[in-house]
Design a protein around this ligand. Structure first.
Ligand code: HXC
Length: 257
């Protein structure tokens, strides 16, 4: 793959996307947005890939949308191109996506992390929605996903003051699944992604779909959806294999079917 602003690596069944514009702290310009989306869609199509990991550098996961690229645009420009709509294609991905965040995850960087299914943070991570300081508001879902993740009080605090929160506060608030020492971030995140990728792929996809449904529907409808999908797991070879392996006291050998 001839990407210029990201690196794409296959580590076993995990596709690792590393944001790679170090001089701009991985600011999300149009090229990087297009490349991340293309890489995720390539990994989605690859039957050998069971999970995706998105990470940045030690200093920054991403310091936001590219301010230099955005600054001269007019309303007519951003409306006509529907600026940032391409990022919605990440939320359409069906394979699990883990974000490994060290350093700054600000603005669009925080929003990209929240587009992933869960966040593993280094103890150096800093999250925020500082758009208000630039005279704009979040535009890649921050006002919606942050509010669902941390509740109104903290979402309002972050979106209105533009302050950052550190990894500890982010974990306490429910934005982050786990915190690890910065030196271990990639290992730990890869371990988590590998664990997921070694599960049955269709079952992992169903689990992701079921959790995501809770954001879109009532509790009763969500539970009904879960029950039906749970029933459909019995149509897979991997349900037979997973349960047989338990009974026979051995590791399962999933065929991803
Ligand atoms: C373009 C950026 C950038 C960004 C950093 N850089 N963030 N370029 N867009 N979002 C560039 C700097 O211009 C600089 O380039 C280089 O990266 C290093 O950054 P410094 O500021 O010198 O580093 P430091 O002093 O360590 O400060 C780090 C920082 C700061 C606190 C993260 O860079 C910062 O505040 N960045 C902007 C954060 C932000 O506002 N993000 C939200 C963006 S809006 P040069 O060439 O000068 O050395 C957004 C909108 C989403 O995401 C959708 C709604 C519109």
């Amino acid at each position: 793959s001839d990407f210029e602003t990201i690196l794409l690596d296959r580590r076993g069944r995990v596709g690792v996307i590393t944001l790679n514009r170090p001089k701009a702290l991985n600011a999300l310009n149009a090229q990087l947005m297009g490349e991340v989306v293309a890489a995720v869609e390539e990994l989605e199509q690859d039957p050998e890939i069971g999970a995706i990991l998105i990470t940045g550098s030690e200093r920054a996961f991403a310091a936001g949308a590219d301010i230099k690229e955005m600054q001269p645009k007019t309303f007519a420009d951003v409306y006509a191109e529907d600026l940032f709509t391409q990022w919605d294609r990440l939320s359409a991905a069906r394979k699990p996506i883990v974000a490994a965040v060290a350093g700054y995850a600000l603005g669009g960087g925080c929003e990209l992390a929240m587009l992933c299914d869960f966040i593993i943070a280094a103890d150096t991570a800093k999250f925020g929605q500082p758009e208000i300081k630039l005279g704009v508001i979040p535009g890649i879902g921050g006002s919606q996903r942050l509010t669902r993740a941390v509740g109104k009080a903290k979402a309002m605090d972050l979106c209105l003051t533009g302050r950052n929160m550190d990894a500890e506060e982010a974990e306490r608030a429910g934005l982050v699944a786990r915190i690890v020492p910065a030196a271990d971030l990639l290992d730990e995140a890869l371990k988590a992604a590998t664990t997921i990728a070694e599960m049955s792929l269709p079952i992992a996809m169903m689990a992701k779909e079921a959790v995501n449904r809770s954001f879109e529907t009532t509790l009763a409808e969500g539970v009904r959806f879960e029950r039906r999908v749970f029933h459909s797991t019995f149509a897979t070879a991997d349900q037979k294999e997973g349960m047989a392996a338990f009974i026979e006291k051995r590791a399962p050998n999933f065929s991803h079917r």
